[in-house]
Each structure stands twice: as structure tokens, then as C-alpha cells.
Design a protein around this ligand. Structure first.
Ligand SMILES: [Zn+2]
Length: 129
């Protein structure tokens, strides 16, 4: 079996999913980052889960405005809302709010339509099986 070359992996790179690997990685946590709590993540089999959260810059796919997916927002998404750890923020906060509002309005409309009184001639238009 070929050994990983020194060019691709650090010399002191330990095996995955060991306490040594965790300690080795956590020693490289950037200052200001928040430690991730794996016990609160959505179940996954990733060899390289999120060890910490740090602000991630992005460009909104709807309005093309630059935004920052903050470390606090990431912790909320991954640990409280249980988003998959591979989920990325692709829209800025105002655009996300707009999408949520559109979906809420659609749900409300569909509930209204389901609860409405049927039209008197509805049976005429219904497809006969
Ligand atoms: Zn946007």
C-alpha cells in the first residue's frame, strides 16, 4: 500500500478518529473560533467533521451581495437546528428571510385552499376514473 507523501500530508499527521488526531487538530484551531460539539451534530460518518466554527465569507446566490456566515450562526444551524454538517449558507440574511417568508406564505395558501368550501360545480370538473 502506498504511503502518503510528505508533500500532501504533514509528517506528524496522526490516524483519523483517535484522541491523538483530535488533539493534533485542536492544537491548530484558529484564534477566535468556537469549538464544535459533535454530540449535537446531525448524524454523519465524516472523517473530518467540523472541529470548530469560524466566520465564513460568502457571496449571496440571489443578490450577489457579500455576506458572512458567522460562527455563532453556524453553531445555531449545526447544533440547534441540526442541519447536515455539509450544509453551507448560500444566501445573505435578508434573502434567507425572503425565502422563508415566501415558503410560509405558500404553506398558508395551500392550507387555505385545502380548507376552503368546494365550488358547487367542482364535481363536474373532477376527472372520472
Ligand atoms: Zn442576498
Amino acid at each position: 500500500m502506498p504511503q502518503p507523501s510528505a508533500r500532501t500530508l504533514p509528517v506528524d499527521w496522526p490516524q483519523y478518529t483517535t484522541p491523538q488526531y483530535y488533539a493534533w487538530t485542536m492544537a491548530r484551531m484558529p484564534p477566535g473560533a468556537i469549538v464544535a460539539d459533535w454530540s449535537k451534530h446531525h448524524p454523519h460518518n465524516s472523517y473530518s467533521p467540523l472541529f470548530w466554527y469560524e466566520d465564513r465569507p460568502g457571496v449571496c446566490k440571489t443578490c450577489s451581495a457579500p455576506f458572512v456566515f458567522t460562527k455563532e450562526a453556524q453553531r445555531h444551524c449545526y447544533e440547534v437546528l441540526k442541519f447536515p454538517i455539509y450544509a453551507e449558507a448560500v444566501r445573505c440574511a435578508p434573502c434567507r428571510a425572503k425565502v422563508r417568508e415566501t415558503k410560509r406564505a405558500q404553506r398558508e395558501h395551500m392550507a387555505e385552499m385545502a380548507a376552503r368550501k368546494p365550488h358547487p360545480h367542482e364535481a363536474f370538473f373532477r376527472k372520472r376514473s
